[in-house]
Design a protein around this ligand. Structure first.
Ligand code: HPA
Ligand code: ZN
Length: 341
């Protein structure tokens, strides 16, 4: 099979058939405007939009905070266990259609508990949908509970307490929301407790924040993976360390474009990351808000950077090697990629 593609369609077809894992997906960020209207009606929640078109038109952001403001507002339509189920199964159907075989899903419990929704309601709806998705689509999953970094560490500790009865269904903890001004150091103690409980550790770092935040995520939180990590490239010693430790980065090209982390996908750092030996992966982050699911992210960045078959195969392989699957499952998925390629 030749390494270069003859057309964008040729590349899109190759991407569509490639087995993939998604490692950076906020389930609340997969809330499509149509479902937002359905749930607003079902739960008698007022939303400040008259139509699906108006919602989509509001999705123009100049930075992370612009997006977060509308993201927290959007999740206000989620009230019942069934709502969280419907949200999650809709995402799994979309992922499966993109030939995603394994997903590691973030959820933001504090975005719900602070509105009076019980932790139990959230986790029961999400996990029931993940079980349904396994049976229906053969898609496997891990669940990662994120702490909102604009809130206090005490609030994160209370959230970890609320999660204790459900640790059988929670595989890891993460750190998301407004990055600048809320460094990983703020959460050192709660992450140490999560680690002691046997949970995997991830953190958003280097999306808008400086390389020092990536260092803190490694040194203080002792992360197993870095979410985004783009700004690591400003620090050559950090790049060497990430490569040396085979640290996975969950990169999100369309998110980076929509949140103005990059001006243009042609200037996206993904190829530089691969060339530096970093374990980069492609993910959708908040697909409803940023304009595309996993395959759309692969297509957009691959077209912009003219990625080869070998590079796309590396990215798909990285998505499994960087996952929290066991070794036997990783080997099985990697063999499926090799058979396809
Ligand atoms: N960054 C930080 N917090 C988030 C994001 C993101 O891209 N998406 C949802 N919460
Ligand atoms: Zn994210």
């Amino acid at each position: 099979m030749p390494d270069a593609f003859t057309s964008s369609e040729d590349r899109a077809a190759f991407i569509a058939g490639l087995p993939k894992a998604e490692l950076h997906l906020h389930i609340e960020g997969s809330l499509e405007p149509e479902l937002m209207f359905t749930l607003a009606r079902r739960n008698h929640v007022a939303i400040p939009f008259a139509s699906v078109e108006e919602v989509r038109a509001a999705y123009a952001f100049s930075n992370l905070q612009d997006f977060l403001d509308i993201y927290y507002q959007g999740m206000g339509v989620l009230h019942t266990e069934q709502d969280f189920h419907d949200l999650t199964i809709a995402y799994c159907a979309r992922a499966s259609a993109d030939n995603v075989r394994h997903v590691e899903i973030f959820f933001d419990p504090q975005g719900h508990t602070e509105r009076g929704i019980a932790f139990e309601t959230v986790i029961r709806g999400i996990t029931r949908a993940l079980d349904d998705a396994s049976a229906r689509y053969g898609i496997s999953s891990k669940l990662i509970m994120c702490f909102l970094r604009h809130l206090s560490e005490a609030d994160a500790e209370a959230t970890l307490d609320a999660a204790l009865p459900y640790l059988g269904r929670i595989d890891g903890v993460g750190l998301d929301s407004s990055e600048v001004g809320h460094p990983p150091a703020k959460f050192e103690r709660v992450f140490a407790r999560a680690r002691a409980l046997g949970l995997k550790i991830v953190a958003h770092a280097g999306e808008e924040g400086p390389p020092a935040y990536v260092h803190e995520a490694l040194d203080l939180l002792k992360v197993d993976r870095i979410d985004h990590g783009n700004r690591s490239l400003e620090d050559p010693a950090l790049v060497a360390r990430l490569a040396g430790e085979a640290m996975c980065l969950t990169v999100c090209p369309l998110s980076n474009l929509k949140l103005c982390v990059v001006d243009d996908l042609a200037a996206h750092p993904l190829r530089t990351m691969l060339d530096a030996g970093l374990i980069a992966t492609i993910n959708s982050d908040d697909p409803s808000y940023f304009g595309g699911y996993v395959n759309a992210n692969y297509r957009a960045v691959a077209d912009a950077l003219d990625l080869s078959r070998a590079e796309l195969v590396t990215l798909a392989r990285n998505s499994f090697t960087g996952s929290f699957l066991g070794e036997a499952d990783k080997v099985r998925h990697l063999a499926a990629i090799d058979a396809y390629a």
